[in-house]
Design a protein around this ligand. Sequence first.
Ligand SMILES: NC(=O)c1ccc[n+]([C@@H]2O[C@H](COP(=O)([O-])OP(=O)(O)OC[C@H]3O[C@@H](n4cnc5c(N)ncnc54)[C@H](OP(=O)(O)O)[C@@H]3O)[C@@H](O)[C@H]2O)c1
Length: 261
Amino acid sequence: MEGKNITIIGCGNLGQAILKGLIKSAKNVNLVVTKRDTSAIKHFEKEGVRILDDNIQAIENANLILLALKPYNVLEVLKDLAPHLNSKKQVIVSLATGVMISDLKDTAQCNIPIYRAMPNTAADVGASMTCIAANNNIHDALIEECFNTIGSTIRIDETLMDAATVLGACGVAFVLRFMRGMVQGGVQIGFDSKTASAIVNQTVKGAAELLISGGQHPEFEIDKVTTPKGCTISGLNEMEHNGFSSALIKGIVSSFNAIDS
Ligand SMILES: NC(=O)c1ccc[n+]([C@@H]2O[C@H](COP(=O)([O-])OP(=O)(O)OC[C@H]3O[C@@H](n4cnc5c(N)ncnc54)[C@H](OP(=O)(O)O)[C@@H]3O)[C@@H](O)[C@H]2O)c1
């Protein structure tokens, strides 16, 4: 990625999370970002970032163009950019939920390589899971390097992009709601909420680390903590009698069905 010019069009929540990751981890890249109202991102200037409200000017020398816009105006903005794109030197990555590569390609009106990426808000702390889809593999290394600055990446088929939105992006909220329940339980059994939160946060982080480093199915690690007739299995079975796994699965399917409805 060294020496590349990266432009983020629409530097809002997600755009800024990616920008922070790139500032922290990418060496020798030139960063240009846009927003119509640039007042909230002016402070990035002191990090060497060029801030513009003119999208066309912003892509002039860009190698990598990230479209961090909302789904409702990504095609409109791309249409304005279309006559100024250089399909031989540039690649586009759209972060917009539900906007297909075929629609982006039709709007770009040239053969520019187009990727889609679905990160999550953990990008803010360099811990996003970013699902990447494309109908080519010309720039895989560059795109993966870019998103590895804000966490981990995985390549998926574009047909799974909505599922990636639910499991990866909405998934942050699902896990946080589960954690809120754990904290509430912790308070009922005697902890103040600050202490309960500290215990829950580190326990969830540790459980995730066990799976990430061990590469095992969750049930493999669960088996290690369930002593016969013990308190863990008693709690787990009570949760399952009350529909714990079923509620999660139904929630995930409901989120998936709500996309585009
Ligand atoms: N947040 C997430 O967890 C998440 C995860 C995965 C994917 N996504 C996707 O990422 C995209 C961005 O989400 P977000 O949460 O970052 O939204 P956001 O905070 O609203 O960011 C979008 C930004 O685009 C700017 N913008 C709008 N029109 C523009 C234009 N014509 N030219 C330049 N900038 C323009 C807006 O600023 P101005 O109004 O000042 O122009 C705004 O700051 C969405 O498509 C979403 O589906 C989000």
